[in-house]
Design a protein around this ligand. Structure first.
Ligand code: YK8
Length: 177
């Protein structure tokens, strides 16, 4: 896998979780900017295991000329039971793109880790991996992997910069630097 985001933000761990993992204005705006439409968010629900789960469905616009222009996607998120409110949040998000070629061969796993740093600071880490359910032909596999990494890199670079904008907005007008 790859580590795409690893940064301390002037945002509390609680607030970071709220921005990324609830139906927040921030995530709505970000999805719009990424041309992710028709988003539906299920509420978090507890599992017997002690973890929490929710699913998101949306349509993504794709710029790759070899693929169709749109794909529907399902994102299954698990908030691990090791998470502690305000302290530490670990979210595993598995993304299935349903309408791209070879969609039944692969999915993407994004692990989001939010760690409290101090009262108003947290570290966000995002690890990403492209996972295979079936082994495709070597050339196809490298094609899928290459296209996935470039899309993911772009997405998380944008997410990091939007979080920095949000951080600046949240902290303007005082508070500790
Ligand atoms: C989530 C991973 C692959 C997919 C895409 C597929 C190309 C197919 C390649 C061969 C278009 C928001 C991506 C990047 C679409 C976007 C997905 C996002 C960024 C077969 C021709 C959507 C995080 C996420 C996870 C996986 C990304 C897809 O929150 O290349």
């Amino acid at each position: 896998g790859r580590l795409y985001v690893n940064k301390v933000f002037n945002i509390s761990a609680e607030k970071m979780f709220e921005l990324l993992f609830t139906d927040s204005h921030f995530i709505r705006r970000f999805m719009n900017a990424r041309k992710i439409t028709n988003a539906s968010f299920a509420p978090w629900q507890s599992e017997a295991s002690g973890a929490m789960k929710r699913s998101l469905n949306y349509t993504i616009a794709i710029t790759n000329p070899l693929v169709g222009k749109f794909s529907t996607a399902t994102e299954n998120q698990i908030l691990y039971k090791e998470s502690r409110e305000g302290q530490y949040y670990l979210v595993d998000a598995e993304v299935y793109t349903h309408d791209v070629p070879y969609h039944d061969y692969f999915y993407t796993q994004n692990l989001y880790c939010i760690i409290r740093h101090s009262k108003h600071k947290c570290r966000l880490r995002v690890y990403t991996d492209v996972k295979y359910k079936k082994q495709p032909w070597g050339l196809v596999k490298s094609f899928i992997t290459k296209n996935s990494w470039s899309g993911l890199e772009d997405y998380f670079r944008h997410l990091e910069s939007e979080l920095m904008e949000e951080e600046a907005e949240l902290n303007q007008g005082g508070g500790d630097p």
